[in-house]
Write a protein that binds this ligand. Structure first.
Ligand SMILES: [Zn+2]
Ligand SMILES: [Zn+2]
Length: 257
């Protein structure tokens, strides 16, 4: 009983007196569900609107011309199998830390917060991001067992609920585990993910517009590999939505940049 009381009062104390912001350590002024302060949240840098219409890669200096499609060179070369990709903010600074928190500490309210931002983005883009089903980019089952959850699903589940779309994490699976990212060059990362995903046998993908959710778009290779598997299974369209997007050195030179 005493142990239970101690435990309960500890929980109460942590609810009333939250620690500091998990990104900048500043003391949080109020009890909140997401342990990140307002300044850190507002420091997330949105992606510029002058960007590739397919993959949303920023195209600084580009002059918009009426009626002309704005594409980056990778998309002009039809590099990606997805129809479109959009992201909430630039993968830099405090957002990198926020994504690590989600990835390794399973902070569900943070997943909800990201889902809300992606829902706003999807709603503001209207028909260009229309979909029939929401699918998180899967982890390899060994990785998911080890971690206990898939961080992309912490975002995709509340996102699907918000947009009232079916959430189908079973549609897609990762058949080959990812090698350690830190030891891979950009070329190796691109290669390592090719053919690493497949639709689950018996799953119905035919003619569906699929919206894929992931935490970060780095080179676009993961979304591309998922999109290929879905397209092969008959998906009508594939759109990628990620919380963050890397804007520096996103593609290896061998991918014709
Ligand atoms: Zn902070
Ligand atoms: Zn592009």
């Amino acid at each position: 009983m005493r142990a239970w009381l101690t435990e309960a009062s500890d929980a109460l104390v942590s609810l009333i007196f939250p620690g500091g912001c998990r990104i900048c350590n500043k003391l949080l002024p109020d009890a909140r569900r997401v342990p990140i302060c307002e300044e850190c949240f507002s420091s997330f840098e949105r992606l510029p609107s002058v960007a590739c219409e397919i993959c949303a890669r920023p195209l600084p200096g580009l002059i918009r011309r009426e009626g002309e499609q704005q594409l980056c060179s990778a998309c002009r070369d039809k590099t990606y199998a997805f129809d479109r990709a959009r992201s909430y903010a630039v993968y830099e600074g405090p957002l990198v830390q926020a994504i690590l928190l989600l990835k390794f500490e399973q902070i569900e309210p943070l997943g909800n917060w990201f889902a809300e931002r992606l829902a706003e983005l999807a709603i503001s883009e209207g028909n260009t991001l229309a979909a029939d089903v929401v699918v998180p980019v899967p982890l390899h089952r060994d990785r998911e067992r080890e971690r206990g959850y898939n961080q992309a699903a912490l975002i995709s589940k509340p996102f699907a609920k918000r947009l009232r779309l079916p959430h189908k994490s079973v549609l897609l699976m990762r058949t080959r585990a990812r090698p350690d990212k830190r030891i891979l060059s950009l070329e190796e990362r691109w290669e390592s993910v090719r053919g690493a995903f497949a639709t689950r046998p018996g799953s119905q993908v035919d003619n569906l517009r699929v919206l894929l959710i992931d935490d970060v778009l780095t080179t676009g290779a993961t979304l591309d590999a998922c999109a290929r598997a879905l397209r092969d299974a008959g998906a009508k369209s594939v759109i990628g939505l990620t919380v963050a997007r890397a804007v520096r050195n996103p593609l290896p030179s061998s991918i014709q940049w």
